[in-house]
Design a protein. Structure first.
Length: 387
């Protein structure tokens, strides 16, 4: 699972260089309950791309967050190791950067990801490994093999000889860990695995006391498609790991070769397009940055049943997209930039934007908390607690 800043650029790269195709595409109005799209609460999309169906192939899940055009890259993912020698000449023809590591070509794709190319192998799965840094190979092996039950394999060609290769089956894509510092930065994604039951992995991780439990087993709906059960863990280096129940997942993952509505995405400011423009000048109630200003705002709003806090950020396109709607409401409203009011963001446990908090202005009691950018859902909360 990788975060991308421009779906058009990513698909162009994968189609031109590797011959991937879109297997399925889904749009969501608000952030994933299991943070599949990262710590972002607004609209997002995911696009599965690869050589064939997810049940039989390693594929990429490309997650795009509306309003986020790029992410700072760390050093956690070193490269993807792929047996696809024909990709080198394709990449060169289309102008992508190619470097070399001990004679092996590395193709540089969008969003800072790299793809190391080796000769064809005698197996169907051409993805050989995802190569990652590890601060302690012994701890990594103890968690992945000792706790989660993965198997240790011989490192594939094109990997460091002293690295650790682990996986579930010999003919599937491995995870190869090499010694190095780990900085996940903003671009970090996660490793997803389909399995018969997610609960055993959750219970094993919980009992071990190693790593972290990011999400206990939960059911995630996909509109018009199958629900899936997932649990999200993190290893000692905080690599996020998703285990998803294969019954619902394989139903969900049937390749539909979905068409992508590029006109709709452009209107919403996606893939490099400008953010939607307000249709009129916006006059919001007040901007606050600290506790004293919040107290004053609540005192001024005391005649109302509801006071609304709008946590956003200057870089958030979804926040800007909501401005015309917010101008139409009569509820007392305060806008809070999370980058300028970190203490308030921490107090209200805001980790994704846009995030709306409804308060009782007389008591300061939190009446509701909503993460997302659906005008219908925001208005429903306002109507419920204003009446």
């Amino acid at each position: 699972v990788t975060k991308i800043g421009n779906l058009k650029k990513s698909l162009r790269f994968f189609e031109q260089v590797f011959g991937f195709r879109v297997l399925r595409h889904e749009e969501f109005e608000s952030g994933c309950e299991a943070t599949c799209n990262g710590p972002y609460g607004g609209a997002w999309s995911k696009t599965m791309v690869g050589w064939g169906p997810e049940k039989l192939n390693f594929v990429f899940e490309l997650t795009y967050n509306y309003g986020i055009d790029g992410y700072s890259s760390g050093n956690d993912v070193q490269y993807f190791l792929i047996a696809c020698p024909e990709a080198v000449e394709r990449a060169r023809f289309f102008g992508y950067q190619i470097s070399y590591d001990f004679g092996l070509p590395i193709i540089h794709g969008p969003d800072g990801f790299r793809y190391k190319i080796v000769d064809a192998v005698a197996r169907e799965e051409r993805f050989l490994a995802v190569v990652l840094n590890s601060t302690d190979l012994k701890k990594t092996e103890a968690y992945w093999c000792g706790v989660l039950g993965a198997t240790k394999f011989k490192v594939p060609p094109g990997s460091p000889e002293d690295a650790l290769a682990i996986g579930w089956k010999e003919d599937q894509c491995y995870l190869v860990f090499k010694t190095g510092e780990v900085d996940h930065a903003e671009a970090s994604g996660r490793i997803a695995n389909a399995c018969p039951q997610v609960e055993p992995f959750y219970e094993a991780a919980k009992a071990s006391g190693q790593g972290e439990i990011m999400n206990t087993p939960i059911t995630l709906p996909t509109p018009g498609k199958a629900d899936v059960v997932v649990t999200i863990l993190a290893d000692p280096d905080k690599y996020e790991i998703c285990f998803v129940g294969d019954v619902g997942f394989y139903d969900l993952a049937q390749p539909l070769y979905d068409l992508i509505d590029w006109n709709l995405r452009e209107k919403r400011g996606a893939d490099g397009a400008p953010p939607p423009k307000p249709t009129q000048k916006i006059q919001l109630a007040t901007d606050i940055t600290d506790e004293a200003q919040l107290t004053s705002f609540l005192q001024l709003s005391a005649s109302s049943k509801l006071a609304l806090l709008d946590f956003g950020a200057s870089w958030c396109k979804n926040c800007k997209k909501l401005l015309p709607f917010l101008h139409t409401i009569s509820t007392p409203l305060a806008t809070i930039d999370v980058d300028e009011a970190e203490a308030l963001a921490s107090k209200f446990q805001v980790s994704a934007v846009p995030h709306f908090i409804g308060l009782n202005p007389k008591t300061g009691e939190t009446l509701f908390s909503y993460v997302g950018s659906s005008e219908t859902e925001i208005n429903a909360f306002i109507q419920k607690f204003s009446s």
